[in-house]
Design a protein around this ligand. Sequence first.
Ligand code: SF4
Ligand code: SF4
Length: 68
Amino acid sequence: MKMMEISIDKTYCKGCGICIKACPKCVFAMSEERQSFGSLIPYPAQKEKCIGCKLCEMLCPDGCITVE
Ligand code: SF4
Ligand code: SF4
């Protein structure tokens, strides 16, 4: 199975955590990195588990996630 590339636009991510809760494979975890407004931002901690369903991409309210 192809390894998916998951990117998060750190400029616009507000750290709401919806992607963490939505992912059926628990790919995301919160990092210790903060964006410019001070919120912690998630990262694809287990991207090898990604099945490419794109739920995260569809549900991110700010359109920050790209899965390809
Ligand atoms: S759903 Fe979008 S805005 Fe919310 S934490 Fe995830 S990437 Fe950031
Ligand atoms: S594409 Fe699906 S499996 Fe992959 S990170 Fe997004 S929600 Fe999780």
